[in-house]
Design a protein. Sequence first.
Lengths: 194, 194
Amino acid sequence: MLKKDHKSNGNRLQTLLQGVISCLPVVIFLLTGTPAQAQLNSNIAGVNLAANLTTSLTVTASPGLVNFPLIRSGITNGSATITINTSWTLSPSVGSVKTYAYFTSAAAALTDGAGDNIPSTSVSESVDGGAFGAFTGVSPYAAASSVTVSTIRILGNNKSGTQSDTLNMRINTTGLNLPAANYTGVLTIQAQAL
Amino acid sequence: MRMGSLKSKGNALRMFLRGAIFCLPILFLLLAGTPAQAQLNSNIAGVNLAANLTTSLTVTASPGLVNFPLIRNGITNGGATITVNTSWTVTFLFGTVKTYAYFTSAPAALTDGAGDNIPSSSVSGSVNGGAFAAFTGATPFAGASGMTLSSTTIFIFNTTGNHSDTLNMRINTTGLNLPAANYTGVLMIQAQAL
């Protein structure tokens, strides 16, 4: 009985060894991978990329409405600070970006539409918390009713950029002898790259 | 007279019989055809046939131009989806075929030619509709300005095959402060079998 078991075990071992031996080449082949082979590179297919960044110069101003509860003779501050953002993407040839605020009419910055006007000399501004000055300056857009909000020199590293400024406003009615009325006007904000 | 006539008929019969006997072999020869003979084979003129299926690895990419109408500060999608086809015939039974897209210069994937560049890290691609990733990966052809489009395992039955992929592209100009200009570059598509 013991002898038979020994014989049976021996046969199994022999079968196992035969199986391993027969599988060995396949296993070695799979483990070692492909035999040495040359690296093969393809042709190059080129895709041309064309990216166009166009020139742009944009201003935004917020809020869109400033109220002045005028007094008969004196200074009234505007109800809100105006924030002006200027953004640009320029070609390398541009030297500066200037942002202006102006009234199209120096004589009638605000009007009641009935011939009673507030001239731009009676409207003043403070840029970025600076001193107040009247809208009597020169700009490319209005001869004597403007202020320069900002001037940015364009150098090598800021051909694309943004600038933010604040503008507080006042109206001085001293000496205007205005009748009671609603006076309206538009302060125009515009930038120029040159 | 009658006897002469009989003699004449006998001669004619004899002549006929002689003629028939003389022609008989020829008649047999004609009717029986060629006499039996040994089979004769010619020499062999061997024509060598050489069919050479060469190793090949080819990529194509279409279209050949992708436009990007850039914005000053943000992401712009390419104007077209690129279709990349890779086809191969290789001699080895196990290996891989990988297809790559890359820029030859990481700092200047696109340039305006005046020193203003879009780096490959600002250009990203989406392969087969997957997530966008920047061209900052390593390939056998460029250090850190590429990406892998596809990887196909070669295993016995596909030593000849082809593969198609799509590639969508984006350019992100955020933080680049680029001047307005036309930026151009070439995306290289290349495959490698190994």
